[in-house]
Design a protein around this ligand. Structure first.
Ligand code: FMN
Length: 496
């Protein structure tokens, strides 16, 4: 689906009854975030366009859009599918488009160049960045920005979503984890002794956030995948102060450089994180020195509310549950793990727990699957705990998972595997604070756990079990069920 830009996407949402516009004045300080929290609900609320934000009625940017992908219905719209497409089908479609590439096209100029701000005129306070949550350490302008960097060796662009707040009027301090692709780029620039050019892109078609927020394989350019999702090349223009390429019809682009010199570090954090807790405690961190802002006339800011907790599903949770399952399934495929029949990430933890369903044909298959996932770059922020179950277990039914956990897991037989000391997201509070200092260690420290809830292929086939490894199930045979169903009314029961 080609929407053209953020405005085209907003028009499509309006026409589909998926947008709620708020013209009443709303304060950027906590009120906007709290409204968003209530509207996101359990992942069933509309997208939101705030048209009247306190202190921003007369600034360069007056409006903010959020929640474009905070429901499965809208995620289906982005993929060009019917709004009621089941989640499992969204995962399969995402697997397919994440494996396709349609390279971008560079154009001379575009609407994002309608206004160009440089030098002393740069003032980030002209943009309505909310303090989303009560204890956020500032106004987080980067919650859904596509952060574009370029690998200095290969020249390949990367687009990721990484948090950042307004520091001074021309700085954006950030939280930079080294295993993330911008972190890998930064390490290369650092070794070359140069600052890293970066561009933050706010507001474009929905495929931007969907691709930027998911761990596509290293060396894959998100612009190529966005092109595949929309079925047309993304049109890009060159930044004013670097060679970075950005979508020509983006709402706002903030250009800058990040230095490794500690003298340039600025206070950042904490922020209401995807874990549902405040994370990344306040500390001096890398900061972006802004060199230019380009924007459309009357631009629309894009942001999102990060934290989720039981009963409160957010945009990242909806996106992750589809995108992280698709990514994991593709990792398993690329690694050659056979027999994978389904992969699921429940939205609440955004893929920190992964469910894999397999058709086993040999011993050790569950461990092979878990190792393949944990050995991939996609595992940095996700997949801390992995369940593997057999094909008869519906991975979208927690009672089925629980039953398999009860009767197919025996820790004494090696069904629970722990792998301590691996890389992992540094804002997970279940890791002690000193162990997840990203400046010291580059990232956090996760003990990964596999729960292998499959029937153990180390067990012998038993005659007593009809030649199987496990006894027969109590589930009535089909002929017994049919006989009873034929007599159902005679027995005095209603249809069911
Ligand atoms: C709304 C949202 C906010 C995110 N915030 C961060 C963040 O602050 N830091 C981070 O490292 N990853 C964050 N992520 C996850 C990354 O965007 C994700 O891991 C992605 O794979 C990064 O791109 P990369 O794989 O090209 O490095 C966020 C994702 C979303 C959807």
């Amino acid at each position: 689906m080609v929407f053209g830009d953020l405005r085209g996407w907003i028009d499509a949402l309006r026409a589909a009854g998926e947008l709620h516009e708020i013209d009443a004045e709303v304060h950027w300080d906590r009120e906007l975030g709290t409204i968003t929290r209530k509207v996101f609900g359990r992942g069933d609320g509309p997208a939101l366009l705030f048209n009247n934000i306190t202190d921003h009625q007369d600034t360069v940017c007056r409006r903010l859009f959020t929640g474009g992908l905070s429901s499965y219905r809208r995620l289906a719209m982005m993929l060009g599918l019917p709004k009621d497409t089941p989640v499992g089908e969204l995962v399969k479609k995402t697997r397919a488009v994440f494996a396709e590439r349609l390279p971008p096209k560079v154009v001379a100029t575009g609407p994002v160049k309608e206004n160009i701000i440089t030098g002393a005129d740069i003032d980030l306070h002209q943009f309505p960045a909310p303090r989303w949550h009560a204890r956020d350490g500032g106004r987080y302008i980067n919650t859904y920005a596509g952060c574009v960097t370029r690998d200095p060796e290969t020249g390949i662009h990367n687009v990721g979503i990484y948090r950042g707040l307004i520091g001074q009027k021309n700085t954006i301090p950030v939280l930079l984890f080294r295993p993330q692709h911008w972190g890998q780029h930064f390490t290369k620039y650092e070794r070359m002794g140069t600052n890293m050019p970066i561009a933050y892109v706010y507001g474009w078609e929905p495929s931007l956030g969907f691709c930027a927020g998911g761990a596509l394989p290293g060396g894959v350019c998100e612009y190529d995948v966005m092109g595949a999702i929309r079925g047309a090349p993304v049109e890009l223009v060159k930044c004013e102060t670097s060679d970075i390429l950005v979508p020509a019809s983006a709402e706002i682009v903030i250009e800058g450089f990040i230095s490794s010199d500690p003298a340039t570090f600025e206070p950042e954090g904490p922020f209401g994180e995807f874990t549902g807790y405040f994370g990344g405690e306040r500390a001096k961190r890398h900061s972006t020195r802004v060199t230019c802002i380009t924007h459309r006339n009357d631009p629309i800011m894009r942001g999102t509310l990060e934290g989720a907790y039981p009963g409160h599903i957010n945009e990242n949770a909806i996106m992750s549950s589809v995108q992280r399952a698709a990514i994991a399934w593709n990792v398993l495929d690329r690694a050659g793990v056979p027999g994978v029949t389904d992969v699921h990430c429940p939205p609440i933890h955004m893929g920190v727990v992964l469910m894999i369903q397999i058709e086993q044909s040999y011993r050790g298959q569950a461990k092979q699957a878990a190792m393949a996932i944990w050995g991939s770059g996609a595992a940095h922020n996700r997949y801390k705990h992995i369940w593997v179950v057999d094909r008869d277990i519906d991975i979208r039914d927690y009672s089925a998972i629980d039953w398999a956990y009860a009767f197919r897991v025996n820790a004494a037989e090696g069904d629970i595997l722990t792998v301590p000391g691996t890389f992992g997201v540094p804002i997970d509070p279940s890791t002690r604070l000193p162990d997840r200092d990203a400046l010291q260690f580059g990232t956090g420290k996760w003990c990964r756990v596999l729960i292998d809830a499959t029937v153990n292929f180390d067990y012998r086939r038993e005659e007593a079990f009809g030649g199987e490894r496990y006894p027969p199930s109590v589930k009535p045979p089909a002929e017994d069920l049919e006989r009873v169903e034929r007599r159902w009314h005679e027995l005095g029961f209603e249809d069911r």
